[in-house]
Design a protein around this ligand. Structure first.
Ligand code: ADP
Length: 609
């Protein structure tokens, strides 16, 4: 329960005014409900002809108790019957009854309607909060397995919280009000009967909450299967090409079948339990009514009747109205644990620690003056062994540094340390003599442009993809960047030119075209430091030539750190860093390294073959 209040405290405050509205509407609806049932008494009296009890008029005065008011109402009804006859008064009373019920149900609708912005708002706030967190978390948080899991959390779990927690808010807001008002009225009508009723309600609520608690564990597991499902769907969509090429459709389908089958079984158990909730509470409610009927009946039939028959009928009607709110409260007892289970899973993301923290008083970099230096840097991923060992490296301003080495040597890891996607585990990296951990992250990243092997593009227009990192870029600037990147022509060949939407991850473009867009993006940002991660590795020779031209322009006049697979492209580098198993094993210019007849030469010869 404490967790539940914590959630309310975190998400409800912006919606306070709606809460107040709902409370007012609920009170009104309960009051009108009681009114409508009190009207039943004179109606029943007329029908059963027990109206021979004559009522004395009590003069109106301030602070009149409820009994005296209803006494007077009955007195008026009595005189009306004398004037108009029973059937006309009956019709009149029925009309008034319908009118009051209409007001009551409108209030009831109103109370639910003012809560709609809370329901939908909290869910939106939660999604936004998760999204902001995702964007702020370091790259290291998002291993591949985690992606499906995160998608599941942002879709399924948030939905679950909406279904359970926010509808619980409605129930918790409405039902106590209804129950209290009805209880007060019931006590007024007959405290004996009501005391009797009170013995049963807690028993029923108790049984319900016991069942509810059992549900939490089950629904957590069911959600876990859901995120496994999403993980595999995501993986399948990404790897469909390979799945088909390796004829692995059946294998993947079987794997998926296993996951969904497990989920089916788990969900069936949860659903069965849930399905039992309604009948059980229906049964308990009806038993309660039966017992009260019996007890109330004996009170009427007894020698000194404490309640007359019509009042007893009205009493039963109000009692019946109290059952639904009590049932709803017990439903809330289910809803809360289910929602909390989902909330726990959402909190894993929301409470994830961001270990790339900004210094307390970060130094803002306004430009890049001297160079970047690695001093004895080592690095290990969260769960793994050390992948970089004592790296010492100077990257002077304006130089073009190439990093080569076999796959898995640690090249990408090394390069990821420069924009502080990760922090080194040992040693330090300095930019213009200042430790990266002491500079403002945004000013550091503003100095850098990235071009990756797989260009990362968004499902948006070409214009927006190029202008991605630059605020208020003009069309002229974008066109100029595209021209330099050898992209302008193919863009103009598109029907909508720069307004062409390029599809999910730029799917509607060829690899070379995508790469040229990402180069245009870097050109427009015009950063002093450029990081290229095998930018041409996945291209065919012709596109590589065009892309390389664009890259050459981009690299001239700025500091470049490029990872290269094809050694032919690194011949022009000012210094080549050769890496093997997390260490720098050789460094120098191409000719020097060939002359040295070492690891680089071996790599080079392997490629020449
Ligand atoms: P390269 O770019 O030279 O191919 P990487 O820097 O990608 O090499 O990888 C270096 C080592 O770090 C490899 O052994 C790889 O398995 C490991 N590695 C890379 N990324 C991660 C990660 N996110 N989590 C754990 N280990 C990783």
């Amino acid at each position: 329960m404490k967790e539940f209040w914590k959630i309310l405290k975190a998400y409800l405050p912006p919606y306070k005014k709606y809460l107040v509205g709902s409370v007012v509407m609920n009170i009104l609806s309960a009051v009108f409900n009681v009114f409508s049932f009190s009207l039943l008494i004179p109606i029943l009296q007329i029908l059963f002809n027990v109206g021979d009890v004559s009522y004395e008029f009590i003069p109106w005065h301030k602070g009149m108790p409820f009994d005296e008011i209803s006494n007077n109402v009955y007195y008026y009804v009595g005189t009306l019957i004398e004037q108009m006859g029973q059937s006309k008064v009956l019709l009149l009373l029925c009309l008034v009854f319908s009118a009051i019920v209409a007001i009551k149900t409108s209030c009831y609708f109103g109370s639910a309607a003012v809560l709609v912005p809370i329901r939908t708002g909290i869910v939106k706030d939660m999604r936004m909060q998760i999204y902001r967190k995702i964007v702020s978390l370091p790259l290291g948080f998002f291993s591949n397995e985690r992606k499906g899991d995160i998608i599941a959390r942002i879709s399924g779990d948030v939905q679950e919280v909406e279904n359970s927690i926010t509808s619980t808010i409605e129930m918790l807001l409405k039902n106590p009000i209804l129950i209290v008002i009805y209880m007060l009225v019931l006590f007024r009508m007959s405290w004996k009967l009501t005391l009797f009723v009170l013995v049963f309600a807690p028993v029923m609520i108790g049984i319900m909450s016991v069942i509810g608690r059992k549900l939490k564990a089950h629904s957590t597991e069911a959600q876990q299967f859901w995120s496994d499902t999403m993980s595999q769907v995501e993986e399948t969509l990404g790897g469909l090409r390979i799945i088909k090429a390796f004829l692995a459709e059946d294998k993947m389908t079987r794997r998926f079948e296993n996951i969904t089958e497990n989920m089916k079984q788990k969900n069936s158990r949860v659903a069965l339990r849930q399905a039992s909730a309604h009948p059980v509470s229906e049964f308990l409610g009806s038993v309660m009514i039966a017992i009260v009927l019996w007890f109330g009946g004996t009170l009427i039939l007894g020698e000194s009747a404490v309640i007359d028959a019509p009042s007893f009928m009205a009493y039963m009607a109000i009692l019946y109205s109290i059952i639904q709110p009590i049932k709803d409260l017990s439903r809330a007892a289910y809803g809360i644990p289910k929602g909390l289970a989902s909330m726990d899973r959402i909190n894993v993301i929301l409470n994830a620690r961001n270990n790339i923290v900004e210094a307390a008083e970060p130094k803002t970099l306004t430009g890049f003056e001297k160079g970047i230096s690695f001093e004895n840097v080592s690095f290990r991923y969260e769960d793994g062994k050390e992948v970089l060992h004592s790296i010492n490296l100077e990257i002077p301003k304006g130089k073009n540094i190439a990093i080569v080495g076999a796959s898995g040597a640690g090249k990408s890891t090394l390069v990821d340390l420069i924009p502080r996607f990760y922090d080194p585990s040992g040693g330090s990296i300095k930019i213009d003599g200042v430790d990266l951990r002491d500079v403002s992250i945004s000013s550091l990243r503003a100095l850098m442009g990235n071009v990756n092997q797989d260009p990362i593009l968004f499902n948006d227009t070409i214009f927006n993809n190029i202008a991605f990192g630059v605020k208020d870029a003009t069309l002229e600037q974008v066109i100029q960047a595209a021209r330099i990147a050898n992209a302008h022509e193919f863009i103009m060949d598109k029907e909508k030119g720069y307004d062409t939407v390029i599809g999910d991850r730029g799917m509607m473009l060829s690899g070379g075209q995508r790469q040229r867009l990402s180069i245009a993006r870097a050109i427009l940002k015009n950063p002093p430091i450029l990081i290229l991660d095998e930018a041409t590795a996945s291209l065919d020779t012709e596109s590589e030539r065009i892309v390389q031209q664009a890259l050459d322009y981009l690299m001239s006049s700025r500091t470049t750190i490029s990872i290269a697979h094809r050694l032919s492209t690194v011949k022009k580098a000012d210094e080549i860093i050769v890496m093997n198993e997390g260490q720098i094993v050789e460094r120098g210019k191409h000719d020097e390294l060939i002359e040295k007849n070492g690891y680089y030469k071996k790599l080079y010869e392997m490629q020449s073959l």
